[in-house]
Design a protein around this ligand. Structure first.
Ligand code: ADP
Length: 343
């Protein structure tokens, strides 16, 4: 697509602990006549049409921030890009990296990172996507993906669970009306970090790929393992329920090398996803919220992850609450930063 090569007229960044996310607009004309991202805009996939140009999405590993900088350099920030009064160009940026790498961006690209609050951006991005983008949120139940019709008048309140390196849980009551009510440090970074140590995988995708071929029962202690194969009916636990994640590894006479990396990866993915699903439900319960939207790059559209989270929310809420996933999962913050040009 030749238009993808056009100069960047607006760029925003979300530089997190693990990934640096970019949202940028390329086009020949002014961003929008009314100077705001129109609510009918369609964003999707890696790049999508937005009126006179295209909105693009890209990500880089934060530990390789130089690649991100080289990419921006290669695209060039066009003359339409916002400037400081009489000075160099400014780029809206959020996430911890907006602070950590401010000097580097100034030095290498001569841009000034204009910092926006991370939670403000997450919520703005989520609200925009849920209101403006057709087929953004979906449920994942029994292997079936089903898009959710969002009733604009009945969107709030909801719980936004962003699963990045760590996890933030935010109660959203409206535009700019929110509170970070919970979170956990057992997040995507835990899965990726522990997974890397246990399997020696070199990339996140490789770890996910491994997990798809594994069997967690080799590693996890199930109710049936404790009860000699039977259920624990009195409290409604089936023999296949996980009693203890990784619990089987203590009783077997094995060392790490005796386990298949596939099984370790699967058990780990299940453990982290289950735990987040349960915590999300408990947080929703605490505030009387029935809708829970999940974002963040941990999810990666991965069936097993979404299924585990959905089952956890369904199981603990006895079907009362529903897990919904967002198609632009990891780009909520970057989109929010992008939209802040129009504040
Ligand atoms: P953060 O802003 O904290 O970097 P993200 O929403 O970008 O959070 O999600 C980071 C998490 O996404 C990682 O901890 C990991 O679990 C997962 N992930 C998905 N894709 C990748 C990738 N290509 N490299 C590393 N981690 C990835």
């Amino acid at each position: 697509d030749t238009r993808s090569d056009a100069r960047i007229s607006h760029l925003a960044l979300d530089i997190g602990g693990t990934l640096a996310k970019l949202v940028y607009f390329s086009g020949n004309k002014k961003l929008l006549n009314d100077d705001r991202v129109q609510s009918s805009a369609e964003v999707g996939g890696r790049s999508s049409s937005v009126l006179h140009g295209r909105l693009h999405f890209a990500k880089f590993e934060t530990r390789k921030i130089d690649e991100c900088i080289a990419f921006i350099h290669s695209k060039e920030l066009g003359s339409q890009h916002p400037k400081e009064l009489g000075n160099g160009k400014i780029v809206k940026a959020t996430g911890g990296g907006a602070f950590k790498f401010a000097d580097l961006f100034k030095e290498k690209l001569d841009v000034c990172l204009d910092k926006e609050d991370e939670m403000d951006c997450l919520v703005a991005g989520a609200n925009f996507l849920l209101k403006a983008v057709h087929q953004e949120a979906f449920t994942y139940i029994g292997g079936q993906k089903e898009f959710v019709q969002i009733n604009q008048d009945d969107l709030y309140p909801f719980l936004l669970v962003n699963i990045g390196s760590g996890v933030s849980m935010i109660k959203v009551d409206g535009n700019g009306k929110f509170e970070r009510v919970s979170g956990t440090s057992l997040g995507g970074g835990t899965f990726w970090g522990l997974g890397k140590l246990l399997t020696k995988c070199n990339s996140f995708d490789e770890l996910l790929e491994l997990s798809q071929q594994g069997n967690n029962r080799v590693v996890d202690m199930l109710v049936g393992d404790i009860y000699g194969g039977g259920d624990y009916n009195k409290i409604g636990l089936s023999s296949t329920a996980i009693a203890s994640s990784f619990g089987k590894t203590v009783s077997a006479n094995k060392v790490l090398e005796n386990y298949r990396t596939e099984d370790l990866a699967r058990s780990l993915l299940r453990m982290i996803s289950n735990n987040i699903g349960q915590l999300a439900y408990l947080t929703a319960l605490r505030f009387g919220l029935r809708r829970i939207f999940f974002g963040g790059f941990f999810i990666r559209g991965q069936c097993y992850t979404m299924d585990t989270i959905s089952v956890a929310v369904h199981y603990w809420s006895k079907g009362d609450a529903q897990a919904m996933f967002m198609r632009h999962e990891g780009f909520l913050g970057a989109l929010g930063a992008f939209m802040s040009y129009n504040k």
